[in-house]
Design a protein. Structure first.
Length: 322
C-alpha cells in the first residue's frame, strides 16, 4: 500500500494548481511594497517612490506567484525572473545610472551624512525592516551578486558548510565599516565618498570584488552560495530581524517521508528535517527562501507560510562538513 501511494505521489510530481495560498502570499508581499510606495509619495509627492516600490513589489509578486503555481520542475523560473528583474534594476538603474553607492560602504556613508538616499531607503526596507516580514528573501530573490552566481553549475552543495570560513564575513563587515569611518573621522574626507564619481567607482570596484571572489569561492568549493555563507557582509545585517520573519518555509509532518531530498539540495546547508521533527517552521536565519526544497520534494510536503512564530531565540541547525 505504501508503494502504491509513493507511486501516486511521484506520478503527480510537478503538477501545481492555483489556490488561495498561491495568490494570497504574493499579494501580501506585493501589497507591502505598494503601501510603502503610497506612504512615501504622500509624504514627499515624489513619483519616484511609486515607480520604485511599485516595480519592486510587482516583480516580487509575479515571481512568487509563478514560483508557487507553475509545475514544480519549472517553479524556480519564477524566482530567477524576479531575481534578474530586481537585481538589474538595483545595480543598473539606481547604482550605475543614478550614481548611488549601493554597497554597504555607501549605506554607512549616507547614514553618517544624514542623507536620505536610495541606498539608505534600500537598506532599511530590504535588509533591516523588510526581513521582519520576508526574512532573507532578498538573498534568494533580489541580490544582484547572487543573480550572477546562480548561473554557475554548483547549485547543490557537495559536503556541508565549513565552519572556520564563516568568520570571514564578520571580518569583511568590520573592514567595510572601518574604511568609511577612516575616511570620515581620520582623514576628514567623508563627503568624498558621497560624490557621484566616487560612488560610481566604488560601486564598480566593490561589485567586481564581489563577483570575482564569489565565482572563485564557488569554483573552489563547488558551491554557488559559498559567497553568501562565508564572505557577504550584508547577510549579517539581515540575520537578526529575519529570525522574527512572518514568511517562512514549513514542512508538513503528515506528508513528509524523510527522504532528505530537501536537505541534500538546500543551497544553504540547513537541517530542514530537524525543524520539522521539532514541530517548527524553518527558523534558521540562513534560509534565503529560495524554495529549492519545495521544488525537489516529491510528496508536496513543503510550502511557504505566513504567520508569527512567537519565539525570541531560534536555534541554528546547519550541516557542517565532517
Amino acid at each position: 500500500m505504501r508503494g502504491r501511494n509513493r507511486s501516486r505521489d511521484n506520478n503527480s510530481y510537478g503538477r501545481r494548481n492555483i489556490s488561495k495560498g498561491t495568490v494570497r502570499i504574493p499579494l501580501i508581499l506585493a501589497a507591502t511594497f505598494y503601501v510603502i510606495a503610497a506612504a512615501l509619495y504622500l509624504k514627499t509627492r515624489n513619483l519616484f517612490y511609486i515607480f520604485n516600490f511599485g516595480y519592486l513589489g510587482s516583480a516580487l509578486g509575479i515571481g512568487l506567484f509563478l514560483n508557487l503555481s507553475i509545475p514544480k520542475d519549472k517553479s524556480l523560473m519564477g524566482r530567477r525572473i524576479a531575481q534578474l528583474l530586481i537585481g538589474i534594476y538595483m545595480v543598473g538603474y539606481l547604482g550605475l545610472l543614478k550614481s548611488e553607492n549601493m554597497q554597504i560602504e555607501g549605506f554607512v556613508a549616507y547614514l553618517l551624512a544624514g542623507i536620505f538616499a536610495g541606498a539608505t531607503l534600500h537598506y532599511f526596507i530590504a535588509k533591516i525592516a523588510g526581513p521582519l516580514i520576508f526574512g532573507r528573501g532578498w538573498c534568494g530573490w533580489a541580490c544582484w551578486t547572487a543573480m550572477v552566481l546562480d548561473f554557475l553549475p554548483w547549485k547543490k552543495p557537495q559536503s556541508g558548510r565549513i565552519k572556520k570560513l564563516e568568520s570571514l564575513r564578520y571580518i569583511h563587515l568590520a573592514v567595510s565599516v572601518s574604511i568609511v569611518l577612516y575616511f570620515w573621522f581620520i582623514l576628514g574626507k567623508g563627503k568624498f565618498l558621497l560624490e557621484p564619481k566616487t560612488a560610481f567607482l566604488w560601486l564598480i570596484i566593490g561589485n567586481a570584488f564581489y563577483y570575482i571572489s564569489g565565482i572563485i569561492l564557488a569554483a573552489v568549493l563547488k558551491d554557488n552560495r559559498a559567497f553568501c555563507k562565508y564572505l557577504c557582509p550584508v547577510s549579517l545585517i539581515m540575520k537578526i530581524p529575519s529570525r522574527f520573519s512572518l514568511l517562512k518555509i514549513e514542512i508538513d509532518k503528515e506528508k513528509c517521508r524523510d527522504c532528505k531530498l530537501c536537505e541534500i539540495n538546500c543551497p544553504m546547508d540547513i537541517k530542514l528535517l530537524t525543524y520539522k521533527n521539532k514541530g517548527e517552521r524553518i527558523l534558521s536565519s540562513e534560509c534565503i527562501l529560495c524554495t529549492t526544497c519545495i521544488k525537489v520534494c516529491p510528496f508536496d510536503a513543503i510550502g511557504v507560510t505566513f504567520r508569527p512564530d512567537g519565539k525570541i531565540k531560534n536555534e541554528e541547525y546547519l550541516n557542517y562538513k565532517g
